[in-house]
Unconditional design. Structure first.
Length: 360
């Protein structure tokens, strides 16, 4: 077992259709095990080291939560800059290295070079140009103009990049999904947050299978770009959510590359009561929430709800996307499931197994 845990997805086939989707997470409760009961300064120092993926946004969410618990102000600009740079790096890695592997392709040398350049602390103009060419096959300045359905379809047809082929495959394979889960952005958290935070404090199972207003929810670029012209046009044309979430990830990346870094990556802090605060950030994978109670400069309680907890809820976005899917070919179903998993972008490894459903 991996020390950071993993996701295990088991799909049960019956009569050429997915009859069951079982999602099991072995991710350890790092916050409770390693952060609870420690001085606040130690918690802040530990956060970026404990989380190898999205460490910057984990640190910022923790800083916001601890400040809120203690009634302190925070520097929102510093949070925005740190999370924007990290989101660019994480998204470039997923799109340029992981998406080709789902297509059974080796990442192109240009893509590898672009990801390497993106790993510098503050990706410069040259790094952004490299990412733009590797992902979109065009200059960074032109990526932002890819904001209508016609141009996007033309890009899918013409661009010689793995990203275009990945989205093109999703477009061909996507099937209608009944009852998609609601989209949740951090800016929606203020409503009913006290009751939600109380549940998160006292129900440890809730942390790994969170609900919002009684329902699983999907977070990520699609949830935080509700007014984007490309996404609205694609939705109006009947594009399935799988295509929409991939287009949203690319659209947000294009905005970053075009100089609009962090515009959708909101963050915030809420004081639940005198000693308890909540900090949240929108990062590459979606909504990250930290909840902390502080007494005498020491954390009495610490909870973390990651984007993976939202999107890979047992009845959440992944389960809804795969349950009921028509698939007579187990190998093709596994390939499609990997595509959906990568579209939702978990922060840990994810295995997919296909079985035959038992019983009638």
């Amino acid at each position: 077992m991996r020390p950071e845990g993993e996701l295990r997805v088991t799909l049960a086939l019956r009569d050429g259709r997915v009859a069951g989707c079982d999602i099991v997470s072995t991710r350890p409760d790092v916050a409770r095990l390693l952060l609870q009961g420690r001085p606040c300064a130690e918690v802040l120092a530990a956060l970026p080291r404990l989380f190898s993926i999205c460490g910057a946004s984990q640190a910022e969410a923790g800083r916001l939560a601890l400040a809120a618990a203690q009634g302190q102000a925070v520097d929102a600009a510093a949070t925005a800059a740190a999370v924007a740079d990290e989101t660019l790096r994480e998204t470039a890695h997923r799109v340029l290295l992981d998406w080709p592997r789902v297509l059974a392709e080796a990442p192109a040398p240009q893509a590898i070079d672009a990801v390497r350049a993106a790993r510098q602390p503050r990706p410069d103009a040259a790094a952004r140009e490299g990412i733009a060419q590797a992902v979109f096959g065009m200059p960074a300045a032109a990526c932002r103009a890819l904001d209508n359905a016609g141009d996007f379809a033309q890009w899918l047809a013409d661009a010689p990049t793995a990203a275009a082929r990945f989205v093109g495959r999703a477009s061909r394979e996507a099937q209608a999904v009944q009852g998609e889960v609601p989209l949740l952005a951090g800016t929606m958290l203020a409503a009913g947050i006290e009751a939600w935070a109380t549940r998160a404090e006292h129900d440890t199972a809730f942390i790994h299978a969170p609900l919002w207003q009684g329902s699983p929810a999907e977070t990520g670029p699609l949830a935080r770009l509700p007014q984007d012209p490309l996404l609205k046009a694609l939705a109006a044309g009947g594009a399935p959510r799988l295509v929409l979430r991939l287009a949203a990830r690319l659209r947000e990346l294009a905005l970053h590359l075009g100089g609009d870094a962090g515009s959708a990556l909101a963050s915030g802090a809420l004081r639940i009561r005198e000693d308890t605060g909540l900090g949240w950030v929108e990062n590459a994978r979606g909504l990250l929430v930290h909840l902390a109670s502080v007494r005498d400069d020491r954390t009495m309680l610490y909870r973390v709800i990651a984007p993976t907890d939202w999107n890979f809820h047992p009845q959440g976005a992944l389960a809804r996307a795969l349950h009921g899917r028509v698939a007579t070919d187990a190998a093709q179903l596994e390939r499609h499931a990997r595509l959906v998993v990568d579209a939702l972008d978990p922060c840990v490894a994810c295995s997919v197994q296909i079985t035959e459903a038992r019983g009638a």
